[in-house]
Design a protein around this ligand. Sequence first.
Ligand SMILES: Nc1ncnc2c1ncn2[C@@H]1O[C@H](COP(=O)(O)OP(=O)(O)O)[C@@H](O)[C@H]1O
Ligand SMILES: [Mg+2]
Length: 236
Amino acid sequence: MAYMQKTPVLKVEKLNKIYKNGESTLQVLKEVDLTIYQGEFTFIIGASGSGKSSLLQIMGGLDKANSGLVDVCGQDLSCMTDESLAAFRRKNMGFVFQFFNLLENLNAIENVALPLMLDGVSWKEASDKAKKLLVEFGLQERLHHYPYQLSGGQMQRVAVCRAIVAKPSLLLADEPTGNLDSKSARDLLSLFRKLSNEDGQTIVMVTHDMSLIDMGHRVIDIKDGQIEDDRRVEKG
Ligand SMILES: Nc1ncnc2c1ncn2[C@@H]1O[C@H](COP(=O)(O)OP(=O)(O)O)[C@@H](O)[C@H]1O
Ligand SMILES: [Mg+2]
């Protein structure tokens, strides 16, 4: 199976993140080492405030560490200028967030097509790809709907389509089920599972919902900014 291949997609070494607030400092990540391989569907779990979002943001180049290495597809993110990092992110990484972050004045097709348009793809090609993906995700009846006309589960599926339309090497998701009912949450996770098992999509997802973690391949437990446990999920 795809996730058994050992090609690293993401490498993090001796990562430290410190927040300074006036006199006080808070070290939220402490010497974190981690390698994520191609095709893996990995959960990052841990208590609120343990550093999960900080880690994901730094992995995705949305925030910078104080020290340490972040390597995505063989590229050291710290060597990049802001512009080259933004372009690298658009090409190699997709993001999904708890609050969907769809553009309210764009319909489903337009939301999904946008990242391709930003990379210079024509509207014809971008909208064709967007439509195809939305249909694959069961949204054929919702192509021209605006976010306010969609349920939470539908909005999140549109957001996932937008995140993967440019075929990123890495899909990063921070509590993507945080605003979904349990049925929509499991439906979304089934899509993630299918993406990783059938398309070899590498996925890292932060969650505190322990009822979901049997859907993935690997679970990394963060406590006080350190990896406390890193295990493979047993398949029944
Ligand atoms: N921009 C920031 N400035 C100061 N402290 C922050 C900032 N972002 C997060 N923190 C603190 O860092 C710790 C880890 O936060 P976070 O990574 O969001 O944890 P989690 O996602 O696991 O809940 C928390 O104590 C949080 O309050
Ligand atoms: Mg968080």
